[in-house]
Design a protein around this ligand. Structure first.
Ligand code: DGJ
Length: 337
């Protein structure tokens, strides 16, 4: 075969290999691409493992970053476009499943209108109802709403139907996550009282509302970006301080009971830029299914003036010698865990 012919044949065969799952190390802070070659767009994300696949849900930040005219602080934002979903069998190759909760451009009063703010979506599966339930932080355009929005779907890849928003237990709810315990009970963790105090709100059996049982934690300590995991019967919460889009020092806390009391352990990050959480902010901790003692701490490296171009930092948590640390790594591969 001539050289030219060989090139032609290779070009014809290329699409066959394009969808193949390859080992793609995660290079922290670099642009990550999905399986179609587009930038991964899932910020303030959460993850769900369901029926052999991981699902990643995040803020789909598209377009220009703006600072509203009235802004007295750095409340940079992009228009709300919705919540994206990606799926992966291996935590490395991510396939875009679409915008599973889209913005609602034709109703200026809707929580999901582009002029509003939609952050930190988290999806959990309810084994009793068979529904996938999404909780997210929703804000009015002037950032005074401080509420939780809830949506529901029959499938992990949506579409999600928006149910509405409220302040859980009549308290403000901004940065948030949802954690499902081994007994199937779910809890929403939310920065409340003007981000001063972190509320843990127990949820009803269908995961759609708070039961009314809640605790106030880290009172006056301004914790944001909560990410919760459980290991060997203890609960852990990774969180950030409260400095807008700018990085600060992370903190790990532990509790024997999920509603508290929580005890602060300190900064788990180690290595280069550990005092600034590697210039990133926590969003979720995902256990690696089937691998003992394997958890991935997920962070956002915000680019506040160009939020669509924010990057990701994912790091395996180390449990060496009974001490929990999150050591910096430039790059790593989930396949090597
Ligand atoms: C910090 C929060 O963690 C982010 O989700 C975002 O709300 C920014 N503040 C806005 O300044």
């Amino acid at each position: 075969m001539t050289k030219l012919r060989l090139i032609y044949v290779l070009m014809l065969l290329a699409p066959l290999f394009a969808g193949a799952q390859t080992k793609q190390p995660l290079v922290n802070g670099e642009q990550w691409l999905d399986t179609a070659g587009n930038p991964l767009n899932a910020h303030g994300a959460g993850m769900l493992y369901h029926d052999g696949k991981y699902y990643l849900y995040g803020e789909y930040k598209k377009g220009k970053t703006i600072l509203p005219e009235w802004a007295t602080w750095e409340c940079y934002r992009t228009d709300v476009t919705g919540v994206s979903c990606y799926s992966s069998p291996d935590l490395e190759n991510w396939t875009f499943e679409g915008i599973v909760l889209p913005a609602v451009p034709d109703d200026p009063d809707h929580d999901l209108h582009p002029s509003k703010v939609l952050e930190r979506p988290k999806v959990v599966y309810n084994t009793k109802t068979g529904k996938f339930v999404m909780w997210a932080h929703v804000e009015s355009a002037d950032y005074s709403k401080a509420a939780a929005g809830v949506a529901i779907s029959d499938s992990p890849t949506g579409p999600f139907t928006y149910i509405g928003s409220f302040r859980p237990n009549d308290a403000m709810s901004r940065d948030q996550t949802v954690f499902v315990d081994d007994d199937g009970k779910a809890y929403q963790f939310a920065s409340s009282e003007n981000n001063q105090t972190l509320y843990i709100n127990e949820l009803t059996d269908d995961y759609l509302r708070p039961t009314g049982r809640f605790t106030r934690n880290f009172i006056g300590q301004s914790r944001e970006a909560p990410a919760v995991f459980k290991k060997d019967g203890k609960y852990y919460m990774l969180s950030s301080g409260c400095t807008g889009w700018d990085p600060n020092q992370a903190e790990l806390a532990v509790a024997d009971s999920i509603m508290g009391e929580w005890k602060v352990l300190g900064n788990p990050c180690t290595g280069k830029d550990a005092d600034k959480t590697f210039y990133a902010q926590s969003t979720y901790v995902q256990p690696v299914i089937g691998k003992k003692n394997c958890y991935i701490a997920m962070f956002d490296r915000w680019n506040k003036k160009d939020l669509e171009n924010s990057r990701y930092v994912w790091l395996p948590i180390s449990f060496d010698n009974g001490t929990i640390t999150i050591p910096w790594r430039e790059s790593w591969s989930p396949a090597d865990l």
